[in-house]
Design a protein around this ligand. Structure first.
Ligand code: SF4
Length: 603
């Protein structure tokens, strides 16, 4: 049981601006900075500070697309200081699930916020007309964005702002596409072109505020407490990062290295999870994409791994066969799963074109792919009909041109069906039928792992209903490798501990790919050299408390653990463990929620 009042209060390093929270009121076009030592001293930064600010700023029951829904961004004490502490946490009330909205992204966002002399940013209210915010060294300017609103491509928006704002190379430029403007519930926020605050609809919240973009930069330096120890530890961490075999794979092939092993394991969701493997998967594998399409790799700020893979797609102009248009398209495992295997697409070029269309529009690739997969099955089962008037695109597995058209319709919402689909799969399936094959967990569309019980229990219990909450997919694979016999209790406990520890990583804010390097002892040392003295026990308590606070927010906004729907489809399609047992999953979910503190564990 977490003791709510026993968290250690750390002393912040003199002069460290991390305590500064910039409040921006879009309605009144005002901004001010408050020193919130109280938050950073107890909750570190990132997720910990963001959830406290969300609980303060977001009144119970507000409409997520109203001006009253705040947006919080927060960074932590290791951002700008240690390699791979490259991320920023965003929190808001999710328009997709109606409760906790949390999304993490890298790019230069973490470094830019820290360099701007900020630990967090809170955006309140809404503008009457489209604007973008430019924040430089803690000062905010409200810039007219009417000319950017409605632009077809999110790339162009970034390019225009790059020309107008200072500090190239150190700044972050976050922006939405048309999907955000039109408040598709799973619209994302794109940062530095190839990174995203992808999940749970931050882009729609931006759109509801008429906030097209944020540009942030600054000149602030970060002081550490012990410079000698800092240099030594920096070298140690850096060396681990460039020599770790797992990170080398992320560099070489990127996250798509998962495609073939998962396919072989029969754990790669395909055709809306009617199958757990895909004939022709090697065509869209990381190896094939790297061999035939990889144009270059890029990295988030302050990361030596460089896992971001960009395909160079060459297409000849129609009337000029020897002239090519080359488009750089970022690909990861998750878009390959959601927009590839889930839709039965094995053409690499078709897949890349679809990924690009989703990026141009500014949609979360995972939710969008799962929505298209559900819609395809709904058409197949005649739950909805494509109709002679073409109002619903005739979706067929593998037909990427039809999917590209459907993405346009999700954004434009020309009829009731696409309006519903723009609300997410749960909403559309509730309205039209087909819930049994609607792959959502707590309202969020499924990530790309059908590895076994732990993955699905993790999606159900995780505060964000994301595979990154507690990495159940990884636990499944460990159990398989060790030929272990999981029980509901053992799975629930392992997921709970993992999720609690991840609250520390996401408060620092460290990329989860570096989790094998930032072990508790290393985190403790890293915090010490920047002046934060926390024992392993202190960190454990903070992790538990942050997790409990997230569930407090969820519960306050109507989330009920005992009402969680288990999609029937996950029980029908065998996993590497065989068919999943519903009772096992329900028991584990119950055990997981029983571990949360009493105050947040009410039905
Ligand atoms: S490993 Fe990839 S996602 Fe993580 S910080 Fe580096 S480039 Fe960014």
């Amino acid at each position: 049981m977490v003791c709510w009042n026993s968290l250690k209060v750390v002393e912040l390093v003199e002069g460290d601006p991390i305590k500064n929270v910039l409040y921006v009121d879009l309605t009144r076009r005002r901004y001010w900075i408050e020193e919130r030592n109280d938050l950073f001293q107890k909750y570190i930064g990132g997720s910990g500070v963001a959830i406290k600010l969300l609980l303060e700023e977001c009144r119970r029951g507000v409409d997520p697309l109203s001006p009253e829904n705040p947006i919080v961004f927060a960074v932590g004490p290791l951002n700008c200081v240690f390699p791979m502490a490259s991320k920023t946490v965003a929190m808001f009330k999710s328009p997709l699930t109606g409760n906790l909205g949390e999304s993490h992204a890298g790019g230069r966002s973490g470094i830019a916020l820290r360099s701007a002399g900020l630990g967090a940013l809170v955006i309140r209210g809404a503008s009457d007309t489209p604007i973008y915010l430019s924040i430089y060294d803690g000062k905010a300017s409200f810039r007219d964005a009417r000319v950017l609103w409605g632009m077809r491509s999110s790339y162009t928006v970034g390019r225009v702002i790059r020309e107008r704002e200072p500090k190239a190379g150190l700044r972050t430029i976050m922006r939405i596409g048309r999907a955000g403007e039109r408040m598709v519930r799973y619209a994302c926020v794109i940062t530095e072109t190839y990174r995203h605050f992808g999940r749970l609809g931050l882009g729609a919240v931006f759109g509801s505020k008429k906030l097209k973009a944020l540009a942030i930069a600054g000149t602030n330096n970060i002081k550490v407490k012990d410079i000698k120890a800092y240099k030594e530890l920096y070298q140690e961490i850096f060396k681990s990062e460039i020599t770790a075999p797992a990170l080398k794979k992320y560099h070489d092939i990127g996250t798509p290295m998962n495609v073939m092993p998962l396919n072989k394991l029969q754990a790669l969701p395909a055709y809306n999870l009617k199958s757990a493997s895909l004939d022709g998967a090697e065509q869209i594998s990381g190896e094939n994409l790297a061999r035939n399409y990889l144009g270059r790799r890029v990295a988030c700020g302050h990361c030596p791994v460089s896992c971001i893979h960009l395909a160079a797609l060459r297409e000849p102009y129609e009337k000029e066969p020897y002239f090519y248009k080359t488009t750089m398209i970022s690909y990861d495992y998750e878009p390959i799963y959601a927009l590839g295997s889930m839709l039965g697409i094995t053409s690499p070029e078709g897949l890349l074109k679809l990924i690009d269309e989703v990026e141009v529009a500014g949609l979360d690739a995972m939710s969008c792919g799962v929505a298209l997969a559900w819609a395809t099955e709904a058409v197949e089962k005649s739950v909805v009909s494509s109709g002679p008037d073409g109002t619903i695109v005739n979706l067929r597995w593998g037909d990427y041109n039809a999917y590209i058209k459907a993405v346009e319709y999700i954004v434009e919402q020309p009829n009731e069906f696409y309006k519903a689909l723009a609300h997410g799969v749960e909403y559309a399936a509730t309205k039209y039928g087909g819930l049994e094959y609607a792959l959502t967990f707590g309202g969020n569309e499924m990530p790309g792992y059908h590895t076994g019980p732990a993955a699905h229990i993790g999606y159900l219990t995780g505060a964000r209903h994301s595979h990154l909450d507690s990495a159940g997919y990884s636990l499944d694979q460990k159990i398989l490798a060790s030929k272990g016999e999981p029980t509901p209790t053992s799975v629930a406990n392992t997921l709970f501990e993992e999720e609690a520890w991840r609250q520390i990583l996401s408060s620092l804010v460290v990329c989860f790919f570096a989790r094998e390097i930032y072990k508790p002892e290393v985190v403790q040392k890293a915090l010490k050299v920047v002046g934060w003295d926390l024992s392993l026990e202190d960190m454990k308590k903070i992790g538990y408390e942050i997790l409990a606070l997230k569930h407090e927010f969820k519960r306050r906004e109507g989330f009920k653990a005992d009402a969680l729907r288990i999609p029937k489809r996950i029980l029908e399609t065998p996993t590497p463990f065989g068919r999943l047992d519903e009772a096992f999953i329900r028991d584990a979910v119950k055990e997981y929620f029983a571990r949360l503190p009493r105050s947040t564990n009410q039905p």
